[in-house]
Design a binder for this molecule. Structure first.
Ligand SMILES: [Mg+2]
Length: 189
């Protein structure tokens, strides 16, 4: 778990945490994305609710929240009457009750979402953790900072590897990932 030894470390955590707002994607970032599922299955009742968690990422979000980071969810939902509700229940079921959620219709450019968030939070750097590079590129183009999560099945095109700055890998420990985010928080202050 966390390796905070003294008051000075706690101060360091707190001051870094205040400078950024973190946004976690869900599909493929907090949960395992089922690449074999058909679109019909993905859209069906119960699909979102029954996604298997990527425990390490869920725990990372919880650790960051405990450290005082402003942790949020930014996820796409189908406009079918239950997708959003199921994602909310999934988050509640995985100890993420206290975390703000922003849901956008599937297909929405996440880079468009950042504009209103920036207006509301002019002093903060907005950081998106996502497994999908197009989201990260449009987020950065709009002035945010992107962190790619390599979940073991994505990253086959190599565009982020060539052009992106920050990445998290499924084989890293929570401490390693946490350290990177702390570092990023200090850089963008
Ligand atoms: Mg995703």
């Amino acid at each position: 778990m966390l390796n905070i030894k003294n008051d000075e470390d706690v101060m360091y955590v707190t001051s870094a945490a205040k400078k950024i707002m973190l946004f976690f994607d869900m599909d493929g970032t907090l949960n395992h994305f089922d690449t074999n599922a058909t679109l019909e299955e993905v859209k069906s009742k119960g699909y979102m609710l029954n996604r298997i968690a990527i425990e390490k990422m869920v725990n990372l979000a919880l650790v960051l929240k405990l450290q005082g980071f402003d942790v949020n969810i930014l996820s796409a939902v189908y406009q079918n009457g239950y997708s959003e509700e199921e994602k909310n229940r999934w988050l509640d079921n995985h100890s993420l009750q206290g975390i703000n959620r922003f849901f956008v219709p599937c297909g929405t450019d996440k880079g468009l979402v950042i504009k209103s968030l920036q207006r509301e939070n002019p002093d903060k750097t907005l950081v998106l953790i996502d497994d999908y590079s197009p989201n990260l590129f449009s987020w950065e183009k709009a002035g945010g900072v992107g962190i790619k999560f390599y979940n073991g099945i994505n990253g086959t095109n190599g565009t982020w590897a060539n052009l992106g700055k920050f990445s998290l890998y499924k084989n890293e420990s929570i401490q390693e990932m946490n350290k990177k985010i702390m570092w990023i928080a200090n850089v963008y202050s």
